[in-house]
Design a protein around this ligand. Sequence first.
Ligand code: FAD
Ligand code: 2HG
Ligand code: ZN
Length: 457
Amino acid sequence: VVDAFLDEVRGRLGPQGVVTDPDVLRTHSVDWTGRWAGRTPAVLRPAGTAEVAEVVRSARRHAVALVPQGGRTGLVGGSVPLRGEVLVDLRRLDRLDPVDAAAGQVTVGAGVTLQRLQDHVAAAGWAFGVDIGARGTATLGGMVATNAGGNHVVRYGSMRHQVLGLEAVLGTGEVLAANLAGLVKDNTGFDLAGLLCGSEGTLGIVTAARLALVAPVAEAATALVGYRTIGDAVAAAATLRRAPDLHALELVLGPGLDLVAAHQQAPVPLAPTPPAALLVEVASSRAGSDLAAQLAAAVAGGPEPAGAAVATTAPDRARLWGWREAHPEVAAGLGIVHKADVTLPAAATARFLDEVPALVERCAPGATTLLYGHLGDGNLHVNVVGPDPDDDGPIDAVLDLVLALDGSVSAEHGIGTAKVAWLERQRGAVAVSAMAAVRRALDPDGVLNPAVLTPRT
Ligand code: FAD
Ligand code: 2HG
Ligand code: ZN
């Protein structure tokens, strides 16, 4: 069956559109974490929307399942062929249109990386509201599919808030063009572009997006502020959420800072290393405001800090950001990482941070637990290294606690295949069956990402 499918696709896409080189297949079958690996008979490389539609229609005819792939930086096992699916690498869809300066919008192909988009719009005097550490590899298609969040959700929201329109090939094989003109207001029925944001490749393959841009930062001040206790850092965040021009509000803890220091062979800029620190950034599109003073005043409104390092130039700010952004890479360097990406109600955050290390220790004695995240949004990342790759016990215990505290078991990475067992507990049976019904309508034969979100049999 697969051979007949691949022959048909080869006929439509040409030989360069169907890759079966075993080295390439192996590379594409593993994700960034190394924890999720599958097997595939082929990687398809369509060059445009029409070719993606050919692939999906052909897959339906031959009952072949597909997994769309961008940069493979997703962290929940959604982009790898765990059931032997055929991969669809979207990176040749690399259209990057000129910035529409009148609207402050741009149309971009699904395969364009975030970094390339950022550079492109910066050259035209604009900025993009979402930024994540994987910017050099993550694609806009993957970021739409996962509704990526990242460093500036406190200011601009997640991907969903930047997406005005989408082009996608639905599971039916039809091409959906939803508000590619980028109309800011369009109340003519369902928001289909919004529906595809966070759908994790289960409803359609995103081929292009019409994105809203924001004013570029003219001036910014970034500080790594130490606190004597985790509780102080959480209390400070409650004050700082109201700071004028807030651009980022991130949490790191002492053990994480020490690991980054060892990795970067550079001393932590706060000595001694504090139990907790906030990376706070204020930014303005207007030059001439004294943002460092504004930031100091905002910090002074909260608990007394245990030292602070402040930066106002771009290279110094990037260095400070390194203390936060290096965490996933440093965790990966310790071994296979078990991840939870959760949201807590503000009132439950301190208790969660306090309880998780002991909880993990009870499930996996001797394991290393790193806690960090986008505290401004109540979003914490839990990285546990030590348990066997298949041992979900510690993360299950963490997610049980999240549900008991009325949080969410996925803040920004999605459900993928890794968190499928948690979806119904989080959202309830009615919501899950509504999602499955939408899925059946847009992908009647179950060709797209069958193992993801609400698995198809
Ligand atoms: P992939 O990993 O290739 O795919 C992810 C999912 O989307 C899969 O289910 C896949 O099937 C689907 N998909 C991919 N392309 C398409 C398409 N064109 N159409 C339909 N479905 C598609 N996430 C955050 O939210 N915030 C962060 O701060 C953040 N930081 C990160 C830092 C690091 C170092 C890493 C490794 C990851 C980080 N992520 C973060 C995870 C995040 O989900 C991804 O970086 C990004 O959103 C995925 O893009 P990708 O192109 O790599 O997608
Ligand atoms: C981040 O904020 C990413 O650094 C990755 O969302 C988190 O690897 C993780 O757990
Ligand atoms: Zn994150």
